[in-house]
Design a protein around this ligand. Sequence first.
Ligand code: NAD
Ligand code: IPM
Ligand code: MN
Length: 352
Amino acid sequence: MKIAILPGDGIGPEVTREAVAVLECLALPGLTLFEGDVGGIAYKRHGHPLPDETLDMARAADAILFGAVGDPTCDALERHLRPEQAILGLRKHLGLFANLRPARVFAGLEHLSPLRADIAASLDMLIVRELTGDVYFGAKGRRVSETGEHEGWDSMSYCDSEVRRIAHVAFRAAAAGGHLLTSVDKANVLETSQLWRDVVIEVAADYPAVELDHMYVDNAAMQVVSHPDRFGVVLTGNLFGDILSDLASAAVGSIGLLPSASLGERETAFGTFGLYEPIHGSAPDIAGQGKANPMATILSAAMMLRHSFGRDAEAGRIENAVSAALADGVLGGDLGGSHGTAAIGEAVRARL
Ligand code: NAD
Ligand code: IPM
Ligand code: MN
């Protein structure tokens, strides 16, 4: 069971270290870890945010644990050399089109949410975000118009096969769980979204037990914080899913709590090949201070055990250890507490 560890920039290495320590604490036989450079650190060491050797290591692994990339000192680089290209490149090269971002308020932890406790208690959603298409990967550029205006442009598009395969992922999740699926789009304005909606309706015919609902993204953003009980599985595109998942994390309590799994179609001897990462970034404002909450990355490691290694029991143990630590008041600065990164990691391991 080979895991590529890609810590990246900023708080990436700090939070990844704690998640790796959690995996080591479980002492699973046959686990081998390899570490590679990605992001700004890779650019500085190798001249590229996603060096060939890192991509090769990722391809050879059964799963990837990813920290975060992003470095303000790289913001003036040409776009293809910026740290963020590392995660976009991994997703695209490895065919990881399905991003699962579960957001839920654990029972007894409603007080961590800024929402009223009775509203927070009902927050339990799985955001299924398409990850390798949309305006992220369309043509883009700069041009000077006839009137001499400087213009930046990005093209948004989806083709039906891209929508169909992510829709199946979401419908399967809804069929296995609460049977409620909300597809979020902007079909009242965008043609990309109208095609999205048409294809989702077509796919729905295969899942008669799932209740399908469509919602415009602006309304969805509002409902996530006012009526989270209206959501079970949320199916959406790359850009809307990015924004809605940060919003959902804030409704849970902190972006430092939300894990993710990015999956494709490749199966290994142990499970589905995937990349696992917290939904947050490199947090340059707190990097190097030992303040970052590693729980999102620790929970991402749990998702890895479940999806890539069929180790549901160990995944559950990690999740229980995290919620027990939170219930015992082990809170990072992001949750109004004073526990640092290492102390949180230690507290989770003590409860495993
Ligand atoms: P961010 O998620 O890095 O930080 C947003 C805010 O949340 C900051 O105030 C930060 O301190 C806080 N925060 C984030 N994670 C935290 C944690 N684990 N514990 C405590 N507080 C936490 O978003 P940003 O500031 O917009 O972006 C910073 C850099 O990260 C940018 O370069 C961006 O492109 C990159 N980024 C990368 C990824 C990724 O690697 N997948 C994801 C998001 C952003
Ligand atoms: C995320 C991040 C990335 C995204 C960036 C860093 C490219 O925000 O993983 O949520 O937009 O997908
Ligand atoms: Mn994001």
